[in-house]
Design a protein around this ligand. Structure first.
Ligand code: DGY
Length: 339
């Protein structure tokens, strides 16, 4: 993956004659990429990584024209009211659920995000989590490391097959489609998907995926993978009833957002043995994780790292920086968030 470089002059022109842009980079990120921003703007930045409480973030952003953020920084009307000079919020994530988009529009603040550059890496990880959960790799590794492996036996960590099984993907955007291609072409899976609306038939054909209702998907899939964007309507989309509708022994994998799954219902389903395996990269109250999930068998848990390969995280940061530079120069952003 290549980084995009812009040839930027010393004085961003989008702010008016002679004004040098003031930018906050809210978290530690690759310093060599931040240096590109520093060559065109006054940048408040520290490698001493911390998540600011809202009042500290507000104070740091008060006089800034632009903000580079991650998904840890909440952008809401209270913050925007306190930051009258703010022109652009650039998040290095593809998801924008930490940003109040209506408030940004009302304050005339442009929101940019980082789509595309993380698609394939996130799809790789979604598939890895599916394999790890279905084949009980997490439990098996812990068992071996704990010195508990004394003999080979016929049913030791006998999980479910991924190849040839039916995968149901909820959320068929770029990442869902990339996972579907892996499933269909790499693992010979039958792929069902559910989305706000069906994809064009050429895209369905390219992904070898068939549209169906959420109910049908839950009933027919051996493995269900969540890859939809978060919105208030997606909250607890997978709750008690939906989990109960899944096949006995099915796998549930979530690389979307924690709030999409009702974790209490998930824990109950695990306790009564309804689900065969669970893979979660995202959590309702992350970075806090429900202790019942930590204690449950057949569950693979990872700390929101689906897009975390070095080339991809560099590409995400580079795109966010390029978006900031473009807007501060009075140019259109490369990847504005479009509703
Ligand atoms: C994203 O880019 O939205 C990933 O989930 C990281 O937050």
């Amino acid at each position: 993956m290549t980084e995009q470089h812009l040839d930027v002059p010393n004085a961003p022109s989008g702010l008016g004659q002679g004004t040098r842009a003031r930018v906050l980079v809210a978290r530690a990120v690759f310093p060599d990429i931040v240096a590109r921003l520093q060559s065109v703007a006054d940048v408040e930045y520290t490698q001493d990584d911390r998540i600011d409480p809202p009042e500290v973030l507000r104070a740091r952003l008060r006089d800034k024209h632009g903000a580079f953020i991650t998904n840890s920084e909440r952008i809401d009307a209270t913050l925007l009211d306190a930051c009258p000079d703010l022109r652009v919020i650039s998040t290095m994530t593809v998801g924008v659920d930490h940003i109040d988009l209506d408030a940004c529009a009302a304050h005339g603040v442009i929101v940019t995000h980082a789509p595309d550059v993380l698609t394939e890496t996130t799809a790789d990880f979604g598939f890895a989590l599916l394999l790890a959960a279905a084949r009980q790799i997490g439990d098996a590794e812990r068992y071996l490391r704990a010195g508990m492996w004394h003999k080979w036996s016929y049913d030791l960590f006998a999980g479910s097959d991924v190849h040839g099984a039916t995968l149901g993907i909820v959320g068929m955007g770029r990442i869902g489609q990339a996972i579907a291609r892996r499933a269909a072409f790499g693992f010979g899976m039958r792929v069902l998907y559910h989305n706000r609306k069906p994809l064009p038939s050429a895209t369905e054909h390219e992904c070898r995926a068939a549209y169906c209702s959420l109910d049908d998907l839950l009933r027919e899939s051996d493995h269900v993978l969540l890859a939809l964007p978060y919105s208030p309507t997606a909250r607890h989309l997978i709750g008690e009833q939906e989990i109960a509708a899944m096949r006995q022994g099915a796998t549930l994998v979530n690389v979307a957002r924690g709030g999409v799954v009702d974790e209490e219902a998930l824990v109950r389903a695990l306790q009564r043995g309804h689900l065969g395996a669970v893979g979660l990269d995202v959590f309702e109250g992350e970075p806090c994780v429900n202790p019942a999930l930590l204690a449950a068998p057949r569950v693979v848990l990872t700390p929101h790292i689906a897009s975390s390969s070095v080339p991809t995280r560099r590409a995400m940061v580079a795109l966010a920086v390029d978006n900031l530079i473009a807007v501060l120069q009075g140019k259109p952003p490369l990847t504005p968030f479009k509703v």
